[in-house]
Design a protein around this ligand. Structure first.
Ligand code: ADP
Ligand code: MG
Length: 710
């Protein structure tokens, strides 16, 4: 008992016991031991039984197809019944062992390389009738089957003539082993109370949850793998509902708590607008109008400000923060990295100073006495605006009275972190209004999955005077010419980013690629080249970035760390190596680093070998600079996970739902979630219990914790 308790995944608070079996470790499954568990983790992206259940087959082999020898079609998997005539050992070592056999219609050979003679003699005794299943091919005009996948006697017929799922694999794992583990996982599947609306389920003819999971892994035929199969639809819907419900709960409980009614506009805003060297765009005016409306009302704001890189989100954030300050509260703005936090501070500084607002910067780098001083300024209200990184979430950071939190997430924070900052507000006074800013041009269908029905303001217009970036595709063989070209540009004062991509999802290898390129460029340009990467200490990274910003270096070689927000208007060249390995939205963000100043800018997308789709994708980059268009196209070509950049997004990645194919289900799940929140916001009713199970099943139980602490 002791041992199995140790193997069990740590119990999350409150998870219903009925789910325990599927939260056990993969090592509890048949055929999975400590050695291949890592491989399972890799292909199933998780180490729980549940992850194995979500590992979907990609193909099926239909062994129900039977044929006689004369009709056996080349290249197809078939099951045949044959009588064994003769064993022919090969005359030479590198030739195969042949077993001759026949049925009423003709003769064929079973072929074995590196055969074990004794084993074959036992499996295929001369004169016996056997069932063999495998791929048919033709050799010198005669049918043969090399290494049958299954051999059996008449009694084994029903076990052989099946539909066999084929799973995505990795080196060291065979389909057989994965199937065995999956079947073991299916044995652990509990019968769960139904969380779906009865009428809706009937109307769609969907099976129960456990039946759907079984069907997923025992597809009845080729259509069993289709996204529109009722079993798959049901599971996809469950997953989407869990996501939508979690978001709806967060939103509902955020909203239901009374927020505060703030003064908007006023003298401070006049001062700030007067201090700006530009007029607001219409899109910026619209956005701040929408924010004002939220803030005037006594409910909590939860708004997403979506705007392409360079669209001018910062000034909108500043105006929102001024609303809180005009009403005597504090405001905070949080960035995903230290560099970005400092850049925000730099952009905001002249504006805040013009308004006489006291602000502090708090990052993980502040330690000891200095940190204490900052913390006390935040606690006693001396700091009206706090600019920082995720350090703002940490314990010990207490605000006198936080009114508005702006989260510049640049797609790096998750819902959870947003909630933690929101929880920094004073409950008696009505909590914190939240404005989330994102530069990821998320297509509409995906906004819903990532943010639920959060209110959205869009900056769909760029400030005037931006020049288009001249984007070119360059084969990587032309590296030499590329470098020559850059050398010429640099002589006229240009500055260039040089981005080296992710290699095999490994930071070590990424770094190696960037370092290698750095050395090549350094050999040519000497100390005018700098290198930044994710493994550097923040202070060192900042130092290099600052040198680039100041013009002390001309070429900045970087891994994707520069992806987010840096602002060096003098940089006019962006080189991206192996552009085909990036998501389009990521390329778009990178390209957004240039084209910010007065001079003409270039983006060179260097590519290795291109598939047709890859070529199409890169051409989109060349043809448009509209982030939304790019994202829609990317969604069409690749699917959701890729766009959102699964590794760093904090956004949900679906195991069963697939967008845009299941977009209708998503809309239905959203409506369902809303209805549930209207009727039973605390999930206390009869459907509530099963819905809680659903949330735990898809690991969206954060929403439940929130409900509890809320
Ligand atoms: P992002 O949306 O990427 O955060 P920023 O807020 O950093 O964009 O703005 C990019 C640049 O555009 C900044 O230099 C900012 O001062 C400038 N800017 C913002 N709004 C306007 C405007 N209405 N007219 C001209 N320039 C603007
Ligand atoms: Mg910004």
């Amino acid at each position: 008992m002791q041992a199995s308790a140790e193997k069990t995944a740590p119990q999350t608070t409150g998870r219903p016991f009925i789910l325990d079996p599927v939260f056990r470790r993969v090592t509890d499954l048949p055929g999975v031991g400590p050695r291949n568990a890592k491989l399972f983790e890799k292909i199933c992206s998780g180490d729980k039984v549940l992850d194995v259940l979500w590992h979907k087959p990609i193909e099926i082999v239909d062994r129900r197809f039977t044929s006689d020898v004369a009709q056996a079609p080349a290249g197809r998997i078939a099951t045949l019944t044959v009588t064994i005539d003769e064993h022919k050992a090969p005359p030479r070592r590198n030739l195969p062992y042949r077993v001759k056999c026949h049925d009423a219609t003709g003769h064929m050979d079973l072929v074995f390389f590196h055969a074990h003679k004794d084993w074959l003699a036992k499996q295929l005794p001369i004169g016996s009738t056997v069932i063999v299943s495998g791929k048919i091919d033709y050799y010198q005009g005669n049918p043969q089957m090399a290494h049958p996948d299954a051999i059996g006697s008449e009694e084994d017929r029903s076990a052989i003539e099946t539909v066999e799922p084929v799973y995505p694999l990795t080196q060291g794992l065979t389909n057989k082993v994965v199937r065995k583990a999956v079947q073991g996982a299916l044995d652990l599947v509990p019968t769960l109370p139904e969380w779906q609306n009865d009428a809706f389920k009937k109307q769609n003819s969907w099976p129960d949850w456990d039946a759907a999971v079984r069907t997923l892994h025992n597809p009845p035929g080729a259509n069993g793998l289709e996204l529109t199969h009722p079993a798959r639809m049901r599971l996809a819907y469950d997953e989407l509902l869990a996501g939508q419900l979690a978001l709806a709960m967060v939103r509902h409980h955020q909203k239901r708590k009374q927020g505060r009614a703030y003064q908007t506009g006023g003298a401070l805003r006049e001062t700030l607008l007067g201090a700006l060297p530009f007029a607001l765009t219409r899109a910026q005016q619209r956005a701040i109008g929408e924010i004002d409306k939220d803030m005037q009302e006594p409910i909590r704001m939860l708004r997403l400000l979506q705007g392409d890189v360079g669209a001018g989100k910062t000034v909108v954030a500043a105006l929102a923060m001024l609303n809180a300050i005009a009403s005597g509260c504090q405001a905070a703005i949080m960035a995903p990295t230290e560099i970005l936090a400092r850049q925000h501070a730099e952009s905001l500084k002249p504006w805040l100073e013009a308004c006489g607002i006291r602000f502090v910067i708090l990052t993980g780098r502040d330690k000891g006495k200095a940190r204490e001083t900052l913390l006390s300024q935040i606690r006693n209200g001396a700091a009206q605006i706090v600019i920082g990184t995720h350090a703002l979430f940490q314990e010990g950071v207490e605000f006198a009275d936080l009114g508005v939190a702006v989260i510049d997430e640049q797609h790096r924070f998750g819902v959870h972190q947003r909630l933690m900052l929101a929880a920094k507000g004073s409950k008696e006074k009505g909590g914190v209004d939240v404005l989330v800013m994102t530069a990821t041009p998320i297509p509409r269908t995906l906004t819903l999955t990532a943010y639920g029905d959060m209110d959205v303001s869009k900056l769909d217009e760029k400030p005037p005077g931006r020049k288009p970036v001249d984007t070119r595709l360059i084969a990587k063989d032309h590296l030499g010419q590329m470098i020559d070209g850059i050398a010429r540009q640099i002589q006229t004062g240009a500055r260039a980013y040089w981005v080296c991509p992710l290699v095999e999802e490994s930071e070590v290898l990424d770094l190696a690629a960037a370092e290698e390129r750095y050395e090549v460029l350094e050999a040519r340009f000497g100390e005018r080249v700098g290198l930044v990467h994710g493994k550097m200490k923040p202070a060192d990274k900042d130092a290099v970035m600052e040198k680039f910003a100041a013009g002390d270096i001309d070429i900045l070689v970087a891994t994707t760390v520069i992806e987010v927000g840096v602002n060096v208007p003098e940089a006019t060249i962006m080189v991206i190596e192996h552009a085909e390995r990036f998501g389009l939205s990521q390329l778009h963000q990178l390209r957004g680093r240039v084209g910010r100043g007065a001079d003409k800018s270039y983006c060179f997308l260097m590519y290795g070998n291109l598939t047709k789709t890859a070529k199409e994708r890169l051409s989109i980059m060349r043809d448009t600079e509209d982030g939304f268009k790019i994202a829609e196209k990317d969604l069409e070509l690749r699917g959701a996970g890729e766009i959102l950049g699964t590794r760093q997004s904090g956004m949900p990645v679906f195991r069963l739902a697939e967008l845009p194919a299941h977009a209708d289900l998503l809309a239905a799940a959203r409506d369902d979630a809303r209805l549930i929140m209207d009727k039973d916001p605390d999930l206390k009713g009869p459907r509530g219990d099963s819905l809680r199970i659903l949330l735990y099943l898809f690991e969206r139980d954060q929403a439940i914790q929130y409900l509890r602490s809320g």
